[in-house]
Ligand binder design. Sequence first.
Ligand SMILES: NC(=O)c1ccc[n+]([C@@H]2O[C@H](COP(=O)([O-])OP(=O)(O)OC[C@H]3O[C@@H](n4cnc5c(N)ncnc54)[C@H](O)[C@@H]3O)[C@@H](O)[C@H]2O)c1
Length: 341
Amino acid sequence: MLKVGVIGCGHWGPNLIRNFTQLRRSDVVLVADLDEARLKHMKGLYPTIETTKDYRDIIADPEIDIVTIATPVHTHYKLASEALFAQKHVFVEKPITASAKEAKALIVLSEKHQRKLMVGHTFVYTTAVRKMKEIIDSGELGKVYYINSQRLNLGLFQQDINVLWDLAPHDISIVLYLLDQEPQTVSAVGASHINPSVEDVAVLTMKFSDSLLAFIQTSWLDPDKIRKMTVVGSKKMMVYDDVQPTEKIRIYDKGVEGPKLYDTYTEFHYSYKYGDIIIPKIEGTEPLRTELNHFIDCILSNKEPVSNGRSGLYVVKILEAAQKSLDKGNNQVPIAEDHGL
Ligand SMILES: NC(=O)c1ccc[n+]([C@@H]2O[C@H](COP(=O)([O-])OP(=O)(O)OC[C@H]3O[C@@H](n4cnc5c(N)ncnc54)[C@H](O)[C@@H]3O)[C@@H](O)[C@H]2O)c1
C-alpha cells in the first residue's frame, strides 16, 4: 500500500484524493492546503485523513511515498523539487512547471534521486484519445494533414495564468501523443477582454515537418462548453467530441482528390468522396483512475510513466514559445530541439 500526501485541495485536488483513496494500492494519509475551510471540507468527506496548513508536514513525513501537487502552476517547481529532494515519488498537475528551465531541473532531480516524476496530462489516459492513436497509427486515416482542436467554455477565470497555460496543455499533450513528434515552430494570437493583463481567448498554431499543422483554439468567454478535435487525413477524417457521453469518436470516410493529369482548366475537377461514418465502441472508464493506476504501476515495477517529466517539458516548451509569440504579435517561434538535460 503506497501512502499518499496531497498538496492543494481546491477545484481539482479532491478528484485526486478520491481516486487515490478508492484505488486498492494507495491510501491518502495527509492533505495540505493554505485554506482552512477546504481542509475542513475534506476532513468532512474523509474523516480518517489528517490535514495540515503546512505542506512541509507532507514532505517531512517518512511514511509518505507519493507527493501529489494540485496547486497553482507558479508553486509546482518549489513543491515538486522539495518532494524529490526528500526522496518522494511526485505526481504534479499540468502544466508541470511555469518554465522549461524548471521542468528540466525537476527531470534532473528525479533521475538523481531515482524517483518517478509524472505530470497530470489526463487526456492521454482517456479511452477515446487512446483509440484515436490506435486509428492514426494503423494508417486508416492515411497521411495526417492537420489537427484542429477547440477547448472553449465560460470561465473558470484564473488570476495567475492566461487561457493558453490553463487550457492548452490538454490539447498540446494530446497532439504530441497522437503524432509522436514535436513541432518545429509555434505561433499564437490572443486578447484580454476581462482582466487586461491575462489573455482570455487565444489561438495557437504548431507547424510540424512535412506540411503537418495543428491549431488549438482556447477561450474562457464562450457560451458553450466545446471540447472538439478534428484529425484530417489523406484517406479519412476523424472527429473527437469529448462532450458527447458515449459516441465520442466518429470516423468519416470523406476526402477530396485533384485529377491526376489535366491539360485545360475545364478538365480540372476535384473528386469528393462521401462514404460511411463509423462510430467505434469506447469503454467509459474514469481517465484519472487509469492515470493514477499507471503511476502506481510505474513506481512498483520501475517503469517510465507515459506522461513523464520529459512530456511535461515538451508541453511547457510549446507554451513558452506560444507566450513569446503572443507577446510579439503572432511571430513564428522555433522550438529548440536540444532539451539541455
Ligand atoms: N488534469 C486536469 O484535468 C486538471 C483540471 C483542473 C486543474 N488542473 C490543475 O490542477 C492544479 C490546481 O488547479 P485548481 O483548479 O484546483 O486550482 P485552485 O486554485 O482551485 O486550487 C489550488 C489550491 O491550492 C492551495 N494552495 C496554493 N498554494 C499552496 C501551498 N503552498 N500549500 C498548500 N496549498 C496551497 C490553494 O489554497 C487552493 O485551495 C493546476 O495545476 C491546474 O492546472 C488539472
